[in-house]
Design a protein around this ligand. Structure first.
Ligand code: GLU
Length: 288
């Protein structure tokens, strides 16, 4: 990688950050330093019901306390702002339009329940693997092409059949996912008027000229989906580096529900960032 390396950390402010986030962000920062590049902080606050300003402010404070620093972000400014996804809606709408005009996406009136019913898959699993959207629930090709705005409808990406998405992950090595077997038609736009995660992240990573995405391994399948979006939008995809997830003592991956492992509570209990980084738990399981 060259000196034009640009990485990013991109928390979603739906709760306080935990040690797993800190480790991923630390690795992102180390890689940006190693390659003599820049680190961008992006607040992924597009979900107005679940994201709260107190968590957005808390994330910046906690991550800085932990020792992570960045070169561009809501608090530092820089050429590629704004850094809050909620302020970047025109970019997402442009991408929606482009995908819609080219026939990659369709409006979808089926609920998660309809999908679960059709596939007999009751719930999405712990690893965020959604039930595969059944092909027979798709509307005919061309549906939605004349729409002028997303409206109060979900929009899905029509995943091609017979495609294998392959990429070489900087941490995990070669990865491969089969379209319609490992993942199906996925959300691009949500009926509440917001872009779905997969679209927003691709549009922003491309607009911010990110060269390597460092994030948790729970988003591996998302990477396969996102590579399809890069291709459909004619954008250059970045490199990917997926970090192993921290698990609690019962083997469940850390989530915002593990309050005792939030950076905030760890700090309040008297831990220092050095304690946390020097502890063996940093790389293995943790007491909850
Ligand atoms: N905002 C996402 C999260 O907090 C991560 C997005 C990404 O790194 O692609 O889970």
């Amino acid at each position: 990688m060259t000196t034009s390396y640009r990485g990013r950390i991109a928390p979603t402010p739906t709760g306080y950050l935990h040690l797993g986030h800190a480790r991923t962000f630390w690795i992102a920062m180390e890689r940006a330093r190693e390659f003599g590049g820049k680190l961008i902080y992006r607040d992924e606050d597009i979900d107005p019901d679940r994201c709260k300003p107190e968590f957005a402010e808390g994330a910046i404070e906690d991550i800085q306390w932990f020792g992570c620093h960045w070169d561009e972000g809501p608090d530092v400014g820089g050429p590629a702002g704004p850094y809050r996804q909620s302020e970047r809606m025109p970019l997402f709408l442009d991408a929606w339009q482009q995908l819609k005009d080219a026939g990659f996406i369709y409006p979808c009136d089926k609920s998660r329940k309809d999908v679960a019913w059709a596939t007999q898959a009751p719930h999405d699993d712990e690893k965020n693997n959604e039930a595969i959207y059944p092909e027979h629930l798709r509307p005919p090709i061309g549906t939605g092409k004349t729409a002028t705005e997303p409206g109060a409808s979900n929009w899905r990406f029509r995943v091609p059949s017979d495609r294998k998405i392959e990429f070489d992950d900087g941490c995990l090595g070669p990865c491969a996912f089969n379209c319609l077997r490992d993942f199906g038609d996925f959300l691009i736009w949500r009926k509440d008027g917001q872009p779905a995660y997969e679209l927003a992240v691709v549009v922003d990573d491309a607009a911010m000229a990110i060269t390597e995405v460092v994030r948790g391994e729970d988003l591996l399948i998302s990477t396969a989906r996102q590579l399809l979006i890069y291709e459909a939008l004619g954008l250059q995809a970045p490199q990917f580096y997926h970090t192993p997830l921290l698990c609690d003592t019962s083997g469940r991956r850390l989530a915002k529900r593990h309050r005792s492992l939030s950076l905030r509570e760890l700090r309040e209990s008297g831990k220092t960032p050095e304690d946390l980084r020097n502890s063996e738990d940093w790389w293995s399981g943790l007491e909850d």
